[in-house]
Design a protein around this ligand. Structure first.
Ligand code: IPM
Ligand code: MN
Length: 356
């Protein structure tokens, strides 16, 4: 098969982890005789510096004509304490999501047996956790207008907007996901306070009878935040609006032991994007210490979701599991004295794939 991908390393540790994920992708393409072609493009702070735009038109064109996008991370501390900055790197990510119509962000949460001890939660709570958070990605308070400041600068506002159509399409995807899994769907909202949440809940209640084999549960977001830590095995598929999903998945990542382990797929109207859930980790940039596994696992999701090549994605996951079992890992998940560099972990995984 011919696979054409756009590679967007972005900022901070982005280039280092993307290098490993791309090398793994090449190794898999080789092994299974796929013809891989890829092209790099600018995004984030790197793109602002080069062309003044965090998601330049050329980058968008490349994404549109590719079969999948492999994405690193975005963000640079230089912009964080400058409220007057006209353009921010994160805007590039939001533009990309909006222009590609990526309304669903799929974040699977599983644990690795050999890492259970790294979780701050008790082993019996964590062992066997397996759920998927489906986060709405192109609506809500991230995109609602108006957003801004009053003229005197002393009042600021964001607007949370959802239309029925936006809610229906993400819920359809979530119901279908649940149907293919353990048939339980948790709809997370704040219907006791927010009008948008009440519309979400109403639409979910209207749709539920069309999926009679799925058990639907409604949870308020504050309660959900507690339950994720208290009894994570209770969840199968969770669906929620943009900002709640952002917050809950960072929280959920501690279950697995490190944020450096969690991949994601963003899907929707145009080309899908595969990226780790973690950020650009600027403190580690250039040090060759960042965990490449979340990005490598995102490449596994790319083979599964964008190319429908399940053997390929399974082999990547197997190689990652083995590297963890062998304790050939970066410092964030190393238990003994010895930890490995980003590139050595990537090379170990590639060698495993080649020799398999
Ligand atoms: C994420 C990130 C982004 C988000 C930021 C970088 C804009 O935290 O992908 O979870 O909030 O969506
Ligand atoms: Mn986030």
């Amino acid at each position: 098969m011919k696979l054409t991908i756009a590679v967007l390393p972005g900022d901070g540790i982005g280039p280092e982890i993307i290098e490993q994920a791309l090398n793994v992708t090449k190794a898999i393409a080789d092994k299974f005789s796929h013809e891989l072609s890829y092209e790099f493009a600018l995004t984030g702070a790197a793109a602002i510096e080069a062309v003044g735009d965090p998601y330049p038109a050329e980058t968008h064109e490349l994404c549109m004509k590719s079969d999948a996008v492999l994405f690193g991370a975005i963000g640079d501390p230089k912009y964080d304490n400058d409220p007057s900055a006209k353009v921010r790197p994160e805007q590039g990510l939001l533009d990309m999501r909006q222009k590609l119509g990526l309304y669903a962000n799929i974040r699977p949460l599983t644990t690795f047996k050999s890492l259970i001890h790294k979780s701050p939660l008790r082993a019996e709570l964590v062992d066997g956790v397996d759920f998927v958070c489906i986060r709405e990605l192109t609506g809500g308070i991230y995109f609602g207008k108006p957003q801004g400041r009053s003229e005197d600068g002393n009042t600021a506002y964001d607007t949370c907007v959802y239309t029925r159509a936006e809610i229906v399409r993400i819920l359809e995807l979530a119901f279908e996901f649940a149907g293919k899994r353990r048939k339980k769907l948790t709809v997370v909202d704040k219907a006791n306070v927010l009008a948008t949440s009440r519309l979400w809940r109403q639409v979910a209640q209207e749709m539920a009878p069309n999926y009679p084999d799925i058990q639907v549960e409604y949870l308020l977001v504050d309660n959900a935040a507690m339950r994720i830590i208290q009894w994570p095995k209770d969840f199968d598929v969770m669906v929620t609006e943009n900002m709640f999903g952002d917050i809950l998945t960072d929280e959920a990542s501690v279950i697995s032991g490190s944020m450096g382990l969690l991949p994601s797929a963003s899907v929707g109207v145009h080309t899908s994007v595969f990226e780790p859930i973690h950020g650009s980790y600027p403190q580690a940039a250039g040090k060759n210490i960042a965990n490449p596994l979340a990005t490598i696992l995102s490449a596994a999701m790319m083979f599964e979701y964008a190319f429908k090549l399940t053997k390929e994605s399974a082999l990547i996951r197997e190689a990652v599991e083995k590297s963890i079992e062998q304790e050939y890992v970066t410092e964030d998940i190393a238990s003994g004295r010895k930890s490995q560099s980003t590139s050595l972990v990537g090379e170990w995984i590639i060698a495993y794939i080649k020799n398999k």
